[in-house]
Ligand binder design. Structure first.
Ligand code: ADP
Ligand code: MG
Length: 566
């Protein structure tokens, strides 16, 4: 049984397997590698995952969710029509689709996976990812940091030699920066920094805000907002290969438009880039002496304004990795191969570090109001790591020692993320007589395990942090059963579904003069789908694809295309 590697992205999810001596991406039902991380609930209650669901952001925004990776581990509940789902469940549905596609492609059952997470994911977000996989019926063999996976693949692509790299992964929802040292077959991650709420989505939002300010639009309905977001993203992507693009929206009976140029995009991106700068500064402070190359991966790193910005900041031109959108997935595939102990990868060794410091709250004395962090595992410690600390009672006859566990870099615990707390009883006695020992173990996946031992010696307790995210067997079985009731939309119809949703979304966005034509084509196509003559359907499918392509090209035409092609 194969172990598959999964890059569970904010925007796109990809799967990869190690076969015939190399990492091989797994195409989905539509024959493409990227599956949109989008979920939509159909009117009959079935759930649609992928590109067709993404189209429904435009036509059914209230039944559709995307970018939910941003909310992993927050406990936030999202409403999709009559269903209410947590981000872990939505991610589980994406993973279930990926699992099904992989099983079909490989012709065998898939139950084990290596999954990548942003290096800067905290403990809660990592547990949430692990839970999502379990809900999808996958055992997680390893969580690997996304930039580490990218580094692993980059290393394979570029061949041996020793070097020091800065890998910058700028995707849809997260920015991750890692410092990587390569020596022979050893890949060592020596520093990481990041921001898990910063990516292409924020650039799209900034463009939308600028559009609204420019056109003095104060209120947009959900469908108009979704349309505008789509246009903002399309214009941003167009600017990667052209100097200008146009956004246009019909709202309140009026047409509004904005011309986006590279200088304007750069201006709009300024606040986002300020935050990128803060992350890079942290990475450089960690350890950046003697960097040989800055390697860019992730969808947003295609943007020329981004490379220009980095070049100005770092004083060197960064290198856009080959296959920047797939490199993380390919790296996760290699990692899956390492897990399977494949001969070809036997010599490859990779070490990683923890992104945050971990500690417990401590008080200097009884009058101390504001506890600070006693750090047990400092950030940047190589994984796996296990450190202990001993803490004494503060009061006479104190009956128990309570440990509050935090993750973060603030001096005061109030500035850090609380992960949980645990108490152990101690025998009565004067202040300071009794103590308890607490042991933190950070495993290879960056997940924390905690153990405490009171000075009685016999009481040892293991703490489950994030207990909402760590289910015992019975709870897990219930959660899986609950999710299994959710029916994935009928398979084998993926492309038809996508064509229908694309046409519907296009209809919603198109100026009035196009609509009749689109509606006629959509109706005709839907009738054929019900009819089921296979040959006619295949012909219609091809035709519909071509018509949609040409409508999209015409409707979102770039007024400068002619000039800029010269
Ligand atoms: P994630 O790993 O977060 O799922 P990806 O690495 O797939 O994300 O990147 C998705 C982001 O990249 C989106 O915000 C998308 O708009 C942006 N993107 C993709 N291609 C381009 C391009 N050619 N130019 C600019 N931005 C792009
Ligand atoms: Mg990514």
């Amino acid at each position: 049984m194969a172990i598959i590697g999964i890059d569970l992205g904010t925007t796109n999810t990809l799967a990869c397997v190690f076969r015939k001596g190399q990492a091989e991406l797994i195409p989905n039902e539509l024959g493409v590698y990227k599956t949109s991380s989008a979920v939509s609930v159909l009117e009959d209650g079935a759930v649609l995952v992928g590109a067709a669901a993404r189209e429904r952001l435009i036509t059914h925004p209230e039944r559709t969710a995307a970018s939910f990776k941003r909310h992993m581990g927050t406990g936030r509940v999202l409403s999709l029509g009559e269903r209410r789902m947590e981000p872990e469940e939505l991610s589980a549905l994406v993973l279930r689709q990926i699992k099904a596609d992989a099983e079909r492609y490989l012709g065998e059952r898939v139950e084990e996976a290596v999954i990548s997470v942003p290096a800067y994911f905290n403990d809660t977000q990592r547990w949430a990812t692990k839970l999502a996989a379990q809900l999808a019926g996958l055992r997680v063999q390893r969580l690997i940091n996304e930039p580490s996976a990218a580094a692993l693949c980059y290393r394979q692509q570029t061949g041996g030699g020793s070097c020091k790299l800065m890998v910058v992964d700028f995707g849809g929802g997260t920015l991750d920066v890692s410092i990587v040292e390569c020596f022979e077959n050893i890949i060592e991650i020596t520093g990481i920094a990041g921001d898990v709420q910063l990516g292409g989505d924020d650039i799209d939002r900034a463009i939308v805000d600028r559009f609204c300010a420019h056109c003095q639009l104060e209120r947009l309905d959900p469908a108009e907002r979704a349309t505008l977001f789509r246009q903002a993203e399309a214009a941003k992507i167009a600017l990667t290969s052209r100097p200008a693009a146009m956004l246009a929206l019909q709202s309140g009976g009026q047409s509004h438009s904005l011309v986006l140029t590279r200088p304007l995009l750069r201006e709009i991106c300024a606040p986002v880039f300020q935050r990128v700068r803060a992350v890079l500064r942290r990475a450089v402070q960690e350890d950046a002496g003697g960097i040989d190359d800055v390697v860019l991966v992730g969808g947003s790193s295609h943007m020329p304004v981004f490379s220009d910005f980095l070049e100005e900041l770092l004083g060197r031109r960064p290198t856009l990795a080959a296959r920047p959108d797939e490199i993380v997935a390919l790296g996760v595939g290699l990692c899956a191969g390492i897990k399977e102990r494949r001969e070809e990868l036997r010599e490859l060794v990779m070490t990683d570090v923890c992104p945050f410091s971990l500690g417990v709250a401590t008080w200097n004395d009884v009058r101390d109001q504001n506890p600070h962090m006693a750090v047990l595992i400092p950030r940047g410690t190589m994984l796996p790591a296990s450190h202990s600390g001993s803490f004494r009672t503060l009061h006479d006859n104190q009956r128990a020692l309570r440990f509050q566990i935090y993750q973060g870099e603030g001096y005061y615990v109030s500035e850090n993320l609380e992960l949980g707390e645990i108490e152990v009883p101690v025998p009565p006695g004067p202040a300071g007589k009794h103590a308890a020992e607490v042991t933190f173990t950070y495993d290879i996946d960056g997940l924390l395990h905690v153990e405490v031992c009171g000075s009685g010696g016999d009481r040892r307790e293991r703490l489950l942090l994030n207990d909402k995210l760590q289910l015992d067997e019975e709870e897990l079985a219930q959660a899986v059963a609950r999710l299994e009731e959710v029916r994935l939309a009928a398979r084998g119809t993926g492309e038809d579904r996508l064509l229908v949703e694309r046409a519907a979304a296009l209809f919603a966005q198109a100026p009035a003069r196009w609509r009749d034509e689109i509606a006629a084509a959509l109706n005709g196509y839907r009738m054929l789908l019900d009819d089921g003559d296979l040959i006619a359907l295949e012909k219609a499918r091809r035709e519909m694809r071509a018509r949609l392509d040409s409508w999209e090209a015409a409707i979102f035409a770039d007024p400068w295309e002619e000039e800029t092609d010269v």
